[in-house]
Design a protein around this ligand. Structure first.
Ligand SMILES: [Fe+2]
Length: 285
């Protein structure tokens, strides 16, 4: 059994006001916040998909995976228990996240992983982007993707493949030395990627996908107009073929914003690449 998708993520930061500007005016997410210490954002019909809570981590602090239904959720809990990582049911957290049922477990690097079904939808109030973004690519493909650092690569790989049921998409050797491993659980080419690195941080970057090249261009213009630091210029990745650029968030990690990624299906063959990009993606720093 495998998770259906990455449903939501949570960031902890002491720069809440800067994050509010970054999420609303640059990314174009819909602000649903009711608490000044925790921002909450929508990007589609789901009631929320991104949370920024007050704190010092400047990092990803939880990731929630949609398990579809009770049966799959229980099967995933069994898989994780067999790996020595038994999830615990948390009804109070389920209520806080607005889901029907939720189990929580720490991954091998101590990142909080939440498995749930029954996320609240809010289609009765249409998604409206404050920056005029027409549509984010979510649905079956979930929130987007996250690239995670790990100090326990073998255990981390087993946790996400054997525990959560992810499949290997491909690998990229970056700069001749750093190996990145890309994993999928639905048609999105990768929902998570793993990078072995000696850091206490969890997150390298997260990615949101828009549905036209013009939307990438508009976002690039917004970054320039708002003085949002662009860290990696426009380019096209070798593995998912996404045309994207990267900006620095108020927490210091990056967000990738892109369009046009190819999807994977049951005929996908695992590949290896020695470069991250077909063209572009030059460092702007
Ligand atoms: Fe990415």
């Amino acid at each position: 059994m495998n998770v259906k998708s990455l449903g939501y993520i949570g960031i902890e930061s002491s720069h809440i006001e800067q994050w509010q500007r970054y999420c609303s005016d640059f990314l174009g997410l819909m602000n649903m916040s009711t608490d000044s210490n925790e921002l909450s954002y929508r990007m589609d019909d789901q009631a929320w998909r991104l949370s920024i809570q007050q704190g010092k981590a400047e990092d990803l602090v939880f990731a929630g995976y949609d398990a579809r239904d009770q049966r799959t959720l229980m099967a995933l809990c069994n898989q994780l228990s067999e790996l020595g990582c038994p999830p615990k049911k948390d009804d109070a957290l389920a209520a806080r996240r607005g889901v029907s049922c939720l189990y929580v477990v720490q991954d091998p690097d101590g990142l909080q992983v939440e498995l749930y079904y029954g996320a609240t939808e809010a289609a009765e109030t249409p998604f409206v982007s404050p920056a005029g973004v027409g549509k984010f690519v979510t649905g079956d493909q979930g929130f987007g993707h996250i690239v995670l650092y790990t100090k326990n690569y073998e255990k981390k790989y087993a946790f996400y493949t054997e525990g959560l049921g992810f499949f290997l998409s491909d690998t990229i050797l970056m700069f001749g030395k750093l190996m990145l491993t890309f994993l999928h659980c639905n048609p999105r080419h990768h929902t998570i990627a793993l990078a072995a690195a000696p850091t206490n941080k969890h997150l390298n970057h997260f990615m949101v996908q828009v549905n036209s090249l013009n939307e990438v261009g508009y976002a690039n213009d917004r970054a320039l107009a708002m003085d949002i630091p662009v860290t990696t210029l426009l380019g096209c990745h070798t593995n998912d073929r996404m045309v994207s650029f990267y900006t620095k968030t108020p927490s210091g990690f990056d967000v990738e914003l892109g369009y046009g990624a190819r999807t994977v299906d049951k005929n996908w063959s695992v590949a290896h690449h020695n470069s991250p990009s077909i063209w572009g993606h030059r460092s702007a720093e």
